[in-house]
Design a protein around this ligand. Structure first.
Ligand SMILES: Cc1ncc(COP(=O)(O)O)c(C=O)c1O
Length: 402
């Protein structure tokens, strides 16, 4: 990064509320400040090494026994489960959040006139399946509009969602994230889950922008389905995502496809009549093709590192970065740019329109990797970014004022 000579890049996170994360760290080019974990997590060195070892092992696949392969699938399932409620039977391996959410939309009962609730601007993977299903059965999709306060500043999504749940008749499904992917605005899932259950609706959560960064409380929220990608805050491989299903759906849910891997005795490969029963728990939703040794190795390494650090420490370190970045921006007089209600581990900024192009150009010029979309900036640090780097970014943005 070339922000300022006084703000040298730091590859190893420092202490001071931000937490010290030992281990061999991240592999990133030295001249960037990577603030794009909401798109793709930074690459851990142990993940890179696991990927290289898996590629090398792939030269002689016959040396990897079936048992070891099955165990590597279960190890990743346990790693994901330990980020959720600890029950590996509840987790399926799927290729994308969209796959898991489509499966939820296929399984949950919905009829003409029923309602499904989503957030305005919600990520398409948690919108398209509901749009499609609503169109098929003539149900109604309600998108909660982004709330604004009396001064036009962004308001609190949770209040708007709670209001919609109370107001909407025949609400059957509430399908939400924990934080909005645009700007990290956090939803109060404790209250929203309770209201959803009181309304008699099913709860579906897309935790792709929060799992690994915020604690989850599935026992309290009692969702029907939960999904998360693995390549953002969980630091694993692209193309390996997780679907958690409640007990009821583990018993009677239907997968989107019929794959041998989701059946009992999966690796026997004969073709009995009738077909074998579904595998135990949420394994019935395991998708074909995702048990790719490369992706499994990368994600297993990431989970081992996250759980080695301790998830509570990782959460605290990431929340401290979100808070630290917001504080640094306010200290630079940019508090008015913050595009959020209750914030979380990443930050959305809405610079005045005449400053937007200058702000993105300054970030690009300094090697600050970020997302710029529709007049907004998203700055999403992971544990590789320290306090000084965040202060440097805030100072750089403030200099675009002149
Ligand atoms: C909230 C959210 N859900 C899901 C995804 C990804 O979905 P999929 O795995 O279907 O590509 C993203 C970003 O890529 C996201 O921000």
């Amino acid at each position: 990064m070339h922000i300022d000579d006084r703000d040298p890049p730091a590859r190893t996170p420092v202490d001071g509320g931000f937490g010290t994360f030992d281990g061999d760290g991240f592999v990133l080019p030295p001249d960037v400040v990577y603030l794009n974990a909401a798109s793709h997590g930074p690459r851990l060195r142990c993940v890179q090494q696991a990927a290289e070892a898996a590629l090398a092992a792939g030269v002689a696949p016959w040396r990897v026994g079936m048992e070891a392969w099955v165990e590597s699938i279960e190890a990743v399932r346990r790693g994901a489960a330990n980020c959720l409620d600890g029950d590996a039977d509840g987790v399926a391996l799927v290729p994308s959040a969209g796959h898991g959410l489509s499966l939820a939309a296929r399984n949950l009962p919905l009829a003409a006139g029923d309602g499904v609730l989503v957030l305005g601007g919600q990520f398409p993977s948690n919108l398209l399946p509901w749009q499609q299903r609503c169109a098929e059965v003539d149900a109604r999709l309600h998108a909660v509009a982004r709330p604004v306060d009396a001064t036009g500043r962004p308001g609190d999504w949770s209040a708007a969602v709670l209001d919609a749940i109370a107001r909407l008749p025949s609400l059957r499904v509430v399908a939400l994230p924990h934080v909005h992917w645009h700007d990290g605005s956090r939803l109060d899932l404790d209250r929203i889950a309770a209201a959803t259950h009181s309304a008699g609706a099913a709860l579906v959560l897309d935790l792709s922008q929060s799992l690994g960064a915020l604690p989850v409380d599935l026992a309290r929220w009692r969702p029907d389905f939960v999904v998360s990608v693995g390549h953002k805050w969980l630091l694993g491989a692209y193309g390996l995502a997780y679907l958690w299903a409640s007990d009821a759906w583990r018993e009677r849910g239907m997968p989107l496809e019929q794959s041998w891997i989701a059946r009992e005795g999966a690796t026997v490969f004969d073709s009995p009549m009738p077909p074998p029963a579904f595998a135990r728990g949420a394994r019935r939703f395991d998708a074909g093709g995702v048990a790719d040794p490369l992706r499994l190795a990368m994600s297993a390494a990431a989970f081992a590192r996250l759980h080695g650090w301790g998830l509570a420490r990782v959460h605290a370190g990431l929340q401290a970065r979100g808070r630290g970045l917001r504080d640094a921006l306010r200290a630079q007089g940019l508090g008015g740019w913050l595009a959020e209600g209750p914030g979380s581990h990443f930050v959305g900024l809405r610079p005045p329109p005449d400053r937007f192009a200058r702000a993105t150009a300054a970030l690009d010029g300094a090697g600050v990797v970020h997302t710029a979309r529709a007049g907004g900036l998203r700055l999403a640090p992971h544990l590789d970014v320290d306090e000084a780097a965040l202060a440097g970014v805030a100072a750089l943005l403030a200099r675009t004022a002149g």
